[in-house]
Write a protein that binds this ligand. Structure first.
Ligand SMILES: Cc1ncc(COP(=O)(O)O)c(C=O)c1O
Length: 389
């Protein structure tokens, strides 16, 4: 029999995030600090809207690009929060999570051989989605000494005559790094000079703890060359509702919509009705979650300092990315031994790119009580490793 599989997909490795969690589920008394998903339930007023929409029998497809009211409310929200002006009729589409938006934006924009600049460590889907869209990933290794920020110089050095898209993954998963207005202005200058496009994944834009989030799309000359991606999973604790969106110039949205139309049809209808309430009326709920994440973030920074573990202070998302280089173990060895001896799961930095070697990702989307137990165990583990040396 012929090989039924495509060479392209068989060459792609599955995500390295999940590996440890199958083990955790089987282990009694184990704690996971691994999953990048809010521990909060979706706020009740959002769930109420979903229930109401079902009671009203709103169980049909919406238009391909999404519910008109939701698109309008997202445009209002983006203008109010980030000074972004998009037209609800032609410059936005509702997707199945930010995940779908990433995939179809790349598929709509890339021709074979086009190069995509991907700063790493970063979210796991950019590289495989680029390959599946026939593009060529070009990795930019972010540096610990820059607090894992992307610099304009790093972008400039990676550009060739084939470069088409720069992916901008900030606030960043897994490092928690953010970019400020000045960083973005310098990057925008290079992007415009070299006639590139930006795909900016701002799914953690509500979760910044120092300065207000700035979108690159709001800078002069950038809206027309940016695909802006966001979603409901993180800010509104709605991972299971599978809802995100993309905003871009009309010509790009039109092509993305074709892929969405043929592969998906429309995003889940019940989720779309619920999401109207999220963007319209949930400022307070989001603020409460942000404050709680911030408390946990500060607690972790304090504990790592006390342990003497090298770690830069993250100002976005809900992750912290300490260095484990002093122990002479790989990230994978550290995570495996920590899980086996102390029953705490973390993710090796290498799950987010080769330059994540020497780091582990800890998610603080877990209660302070759990974090305290896990950090006590980590302190013991680190002490034991230092004694062995
Ligand atoms: C940076 C980043 N982008 C996109 C996603 C996808 O989120 P969703 O498809 O749930 O919107 C994630 C999920 O972890 C993420 O961390």
């Amino acid at each position: 029999m012929r090989n039924p599989l495509s060479q392209t997909i068989t060459n792609i490795q599955p995500s390295g995030i999940r590996k440890f969690f199958d083990i955790v589920n089987e282990m009694e008394d184990a704690i996971s600090l691994g999953v990048g998903e809010p521990d909060f339930d979706t706020p009740w007023r959002i769930r109420d809207e979903a229930i109401y929409s079902l009671e009203q029998g709103r169980t049909f497809y919406t238009s391909n690009s999404g519910l008109k009211e939701l698109k309008e409310e997202i445009c209002n929200y983006l203008e109010r929060k980030y000074d972004l002006q998009y037209r609800a009729t032609s410059e936005i589409m509702i997707t199945v999570g930010g995940s779908e938006a990433i995939d179809i934006a790349l598929r709509a924009m890339l021709d074979p051989g086009d190069e995509v600049l991907i700063p790493q460590p970063s979210y796991v889907s950019y590289e495989p989605c680029t390959i599946l869209a026939n593009g060529k990933p070009v990795i930019i290794n972010l540096k610990e000494e820059n607090d894992f920020r992307l610099t304009a110089k790093e972008v400039e050095e990676a550009i060739t005559d084939k470069t088409k898209i720069l992916i901008l993954p900030f606030p960043n998963n897994p490092t928690g790094a953010v970019l400020e207005q000045k960083d973005l202005e310098e990057i925008a200058k290079v992007v415009i000079e070299h006639d590139l496009f930006v795909m900016t994944d701002e799914i953690y834009s509500e979760l910044t703890y120092l300065e207000k989030h700035v979108s690159i799309a709001s800078l002069p000359g950038m809206k027309e060359r940016t695909v802006y991606i966001n979603g409901f999973s993180k800010a509104f604790a709605m991972t299971g509702w599978r809802l995100g969106y993309a905003c871009a110039p009309k010509e790009i949205i039109e092509q993305m919509l074709k892929i969405h139309q043929f592969a998906i049809m429309c995003a889940p209808t019940t989720s779309q009705y619920a999401a109207v309430e999220a963007v319209k009326n949930c400022e307070e709920e989001v603020q409460n979650m942000r404050e709680e994440y911030n408390e946990r973030r500060r607690y972790l920074v304090h504990r790592f300092k006390k342990m003497g573990l090298q770690c830069f202070e993250p100002f976005g998302a809900f992750y912290i990315f300490p260095s484990i280089k002093e122990f002479g173990l790989t990230s994978d060895e550290f995570a495996t031994q920590f899980l086996q001896s102390k029953k705490v799961a973390v993710v090796p930095g290498t799950a987010f790119g080769a330059c994540g070697e020497g780091f582990i990702r800890i998610s603080y989307a877990y209660s302070l009580d759990n974090l305290k137990i896990a950090l006590d165990r980590m302190e013991e583990f680190v002490k034991e490793l230092r004694e062995k040396k």
